[in-house]
Design a protein around this ligand. Structure first.
Ligand code: G3P
Length: 222
């Protein structure tokens, strides 16, 4: 499974990239608005694309097919690793088709059902992004979408990648991986939690403690 960081925050991105923890980035208008301030969001995007070698998703904010296509073409010019994010709406699918025909990778976002994922894949999406946490928030099981989409894509040999999004905790990552999602995108806070286990810390303390006792005994014996 690939790990993407779901952020536009450059210090978080640099931290994760330095540690070799991530394969790509996803952003959305909310995340870019949070960090852009007075900066041009395109400049922020360009900087992100220079820090990370893997795919960087950037979302259009237009709503008509023509405008989404045009905006997608512009976003794709920012860097070779830009993946254009298009929302899963009726007018979005023809834009996905046209961008894909131009050789531009597309991530269809805001997917909440397996059939939406299938429609996006049929339109030529490279990635489909089911939102797990937001489904869980309204009392559904977001993981059902991953499970069903995996079966459908495998039934038909569809190569579109399932990108588990709206991840809120490490268990989401484990479950999505068990169900065969290709990618999990998560905030830095969740990525940090993936590294941690209290027994790891306790075990390391004990090893180091025992080692220093041995050193002390060796010194006393000398
Ligand atoms: O980038 C899309 C998605 O991961 C958003 O997550 O936490 O805002 O539902 P969240």
């Amino acid at each position: 499974m690939q790990f993407f960081l779901d952020t536009a925050n450059l210090s978080e991105i640099r931290w994760a990239a330095r540690g070799g923890l991530i394969d790509g980035i996803t952003t959305n208008p909310t995340l870019l608005a949070k960090v852009a301030g007075d900066l041009d969001p395109r400049d922020v995007l360009k900087e992100i694309c220079s820090v990370v070698e893997g795919p960087v998703s950037a979302e259009v904010v237009a709503l008509s097919t023509e405008e989404m296509y045009a905006e997608g073409k512009e976003l794709a010019k920012v860097a070779d690793n830009v993946v254009v994010k298009i929302p899963m709406i009726e007018d979005g699918l023809p834009a996905v088709r046209r961008l894909a025909a131009d050789g531009i990778r597309v991530n269809v976002t805001l997917c909440f059902g397996a059939i939406q994922c299938l429609l996006a894949a049929k339109a030529g999406a490279t990635y489909v992004s089911p939102f797990l946490g937001r489904l869980d928030d309204i009392g559904h099981d977001g993981m059902d979408v991953i499970r069903e989409t995996r079966v459908i894509f495998d039934n038909y040999g569809i190569e579109t990648q399932i990108l588990a999004a709206s991840i809120r905790h490490p268990r989401h990552v484990v479950d999505a991986a068990m169900l065969g999602a290709d990618v999990s995108t998560m905030p830095a806070e969740v990525l940090r939690k993936l590294l941690l286990h209290p027994l790891t810390d306790r075990g390391l303390d004990q090893f180091l403690n025992d080692w220093s006792k041995l050193q002390t005994r060796a010194k006393v014996g000398a």
